[in-house]
Write a protein that binds this ligand. Structure first.
Ligand SMILES: NC(=O)c1ccc[n+]([C@@H]2O[C@H](COP(=O)([O-])OP(=O)(O)OC[C@H]3O[C@@H](n4cnc5c(N)ncnc54)[C@H](O)[C@@H]3O)[C@@H](O)[C@H]2O)c1
Length: 360
């Protein structure tokens, strides 16, 4: 099997390439990356050493993709993955749409021509922001963490186990979320019209050593490296409490699922859209992560409250992977504190990481 892995030099791409090499050594992997993310360049040599052919190219350019030649499957992990993309002055709105959506169009056309399978690393951020903000949550415990109010009436697609595939995707969902939702819609049409195997994996927060940490993307890495480097950290919004909750998934845990999807002989029998995340047992609040850091590093940092709400922010996102469990026998393998430990060990070894990856 020959795979085109876009965004190969990014955090998730790199972990997926490593996992595929470890579990399917005979598969050929071509990695395509435009090295636009600060830190990506640092991964290039390591991938080449693993036997991944790394091509410097851009998914916005069909000719860069076509030059790769035929493959059996595309795993698309190239994107501007920030929920603030297009709004924070870092990238223009047109750039976000071109990287994330035009890139998908080019890849789908390429898949159509080569009869290749298409796997998208989609996102929890395509769920409706007003619907997420309207969830009945309350802060509980010390350090505080939002949780669903017990016994409260919930909208479709959410339970104590998290959000599932049926939760509302009504706008607004952020430009980032909209490019992913539109990518999903197009991929489903290509699947239907041309019989392509298409797999859309909606990931929650991904985290692990070597992630490029910024406050808007890569929060676990940003927080743990920031603590290690004693940088100023802020609890943004939610009354400055740090009670906002996410669940963490290590991207290497995705690899067994991706392999099953790519080796599936009867794609029509399986769901095309999945929510995949660390789930309730890997959920944490920012305040909880601070407590963990204080314990791990042995010092306290004063995290300043910034009560001004940040646009597009949501209090509670936990991904319910029950459908992935039922249909693929897939579950996240790496426990929350093992993810944190791995990131902390990396932070101790690489005190320059936030500067290298644009988080400083
Ligand atoms: N990190 C998360 O928490 C998370 C959560 C859900 C979904 N995802 C999705 O997973 C995928 C990978 O995310 P990540 O965290 O590894 O991000 P990342 O920024 O670490 O990696 C993305 C890589 O894509 C490359 N890239 C960007 N635009 C490109 C283009 N036009 N052409 C070629 N390469 C390009 C970048 O240089 C970078 O190496 C993205 O699609 C993202 O939306 C990530």
């Amino acid at each position: 099997m020959t795979i085109l892995l876009t965004g190969a030099c990014g955090f998730a791409g790199c972990e997926i390439a490593r996992g595929l090499r470890a579990h399917r050594a005979s598969w050929k992997i071509v990695g395509l990356d435009n090295l636009s993310r600060a830190g990506s360049e640092a991964n290039r040599a390591g991938l080449q050493k693993l036997g991944v052919k790394v091509v410097h190219g851009d998914v916005r350019l069909a000719s860069d993709i076509d030059a790769i030649g035929p493959v059996d499957a595309v795993i698309d992990a190239a994107a501007n993955p920030s929920v603030l993309a297009g709004l924070d002055g870092q990238a223009s709105t047109r750039q976000v749409v071109e990287h994330n959506l035009l890139g998908t169009v080019n890849l789908l056309e390429y898949c159509r021509r080569h009869r290749a399978a298409f796997v998208l690393l989609s996102t929890s951020r395509l769920y409706s922001i007003p619907a997420l903000c309207a969830l009945p949550v309350e802060a509980r415990g010390e350090p505080p963490a939002f949780g669903l109010v017990p016994g409260a009436t919930l909208p479709p697609g959410v339970s104590g186990a998290g959000l599932d595939e049926t939760f509302s995707t009504a706008a607004p969902i952020s430009l980032y979320g909209a490019t992913k939702l539109a990518s999903e819609a197009l991929a489903l049409e290509y699947a239907h019209s041309f019989g392509l195997p298409v797999w859309l994996n909606r990931c929650g927060v991904l985290a692990g050593a070597g992630q490029f940490g910024r406050p808007d993307q890569g929060i676990v890495a940003y927080w743990i490296h920031g603590w290690r480097e004693r940088r100023p950290l802020r609890y943004i919004g939610f009354n400055g409490s740090g009670a906002q909750v996410r669940d963490a998934l290590h991207p290497r845990d995705l690899v067994p699922l991706l392999i099953k999807q790519l080796e599936c002989r009867d794609p029509a029998a399986k769901p095309r859209i999945l929510t995949v995340g660390g789930g309730a047992s890997n959920a944490f609040s920012l305040a909880g992560l601070s407590a963990w850091c204080a314990d791990r590093f042995g010092w306290n940092l004063e995290v300043l409250p910034d009560r001004q709400p940040r646009p597009l922010d949501v209090p509670w996102v936990v991904m319910d992977a029950a459908l992935a469990q039922r249909t693929w026998d897939w579950a996240p393998a790496t426990r929350l504190h093992d993810i944190f430990d791995e990131v902390a060990a990396f932070a101790l070894a690489r005190s320059d990481w936030l500067a290298v990856t644009g988080g400083a």
